[in-house]
Design a protein around this ligand. Sequence first.
Ligand SMILES: NC(=O)c1ccc[n+]([C@@H]2O[C@H](COP(=O)([O-])OP(=O)(O)OC[C@H]3O[C@@H](n4cnc5c(N)ncnc54)[C@H](OP(=O)(O)O)[C@@H]3O)[C@@H](O)[C@H]2O)c1
Length: 332
Amino acid sequence: MQNTSYNALIVSETDHNTYSMKIQPRDIADLPQGDLLIRVHYSSLNYKDALSASGNRGVTRHYPHVPGIDAAGVIEESSSPLFNKGDQVIASGFDIGMNTSGGFGQFIRVPAEWAIPCPQNLTLRESMIYGTAGFTAAQSVKRLVDFPVIPENGKILVTGATGGVGSVAIALLKNLGYKVSAVSGKPEAENFLTQLGAAEIITRQQAADSSGKFLLKEKWAGVIDTVGGEILASAIKSTNYGGAVTCCGNAASPDLSLTVYPFILRGVSLLGIDSAKCPIHIREKIWQKLAGEWRIENLESLVTECKLPELPGFIERMLQGRQKGRVIVNLL
Ligand SMILES: NC(=O)c1ccc[n+]([C@@H]2O[C@H](COP(=O)([O-])OP(=O)(O)OC[C@H]3O[C@@H](n4cnc5c(N)ncnc54)[C@H](OP(=O)(O)O)[C@@H]3O)[C@@H](O)[C@H]2O)c1
């Protein structure tokens, strides 16, 4: 390669506990070791990126750092027999964007195990509209489908409904024939949510019971939770006998205050979801579903596209819980 300089959004610690974001040039030679050098075409904004960009040491230990937990692009150099120069790939999860330079730069270098071929019927841009949030939504839906929770069992509650995971989950569930109730703190997003497929919208206040009761009236056949805290606890207490609840996030709180009664009196199951270390065979299966039988036809309705200089504004919005749908970053 002749020109080894590229642009990236670099987060630096300017003072103790103060962080700044700047678009700056970097050199490919400074990327970590790895089998694949990938020219990033698109990345996407996920909640973990917003945490990394604001100095959350649970996500990123060392600064300066380039966040971006997912990236879709073309292989520029490969020392792995699994991939060739020119292959289109999705790299996501593991340590990308956490302590390994991530997708908010025009190049990444990663181990071959962190990448999968981009499914043939999905463009690189479309893969990042789903991104890690969409992948996590699909993992959550798959856990309910496999459980099985079937549409005839009753309604599915989706929390953090206008967020990346929530919005994709609603669209996927609707396509599969489920009736979805959406919890959202954004009254102005009613149209967005109903167009995605929500049959009913519930406020965060309605969804968070503070009565202290151990069990609440049964309402949900299944739940996809992205927020944790009181909303998750209330959802578990309101899940029907034998139902299932997936838990992937903590946008509201990492706490979960409960008794064992929903589990021992109603047989409710709590299913944990992790996308970062999801095994490769499951990872590939889920991406194939998103590209094929589970494909969301109106993907464009979910997305806002930006370039690197606009990204800090979207990161701020996400930290304030004001973001709606998915944000993708065009690095071309
Ligand atoms: N386990 C995994 O592998 C994995 C993968 C991806 C994401 N996650 C986690 O899943 C969560 C959601 O991710 P995301 O990408 O969807 O983030 P996001 O786009 O920022 O969406 C989060 C949504 O949660 C709601 N929310 C925000 N603050 C809240 C509060 N204080 N109380 C109640 N609701 C609140 C908002 O929706 P409304 O305004 O509509 O209520 C917001 O849009 C995050 O915690 C993220 O770290 C985990």
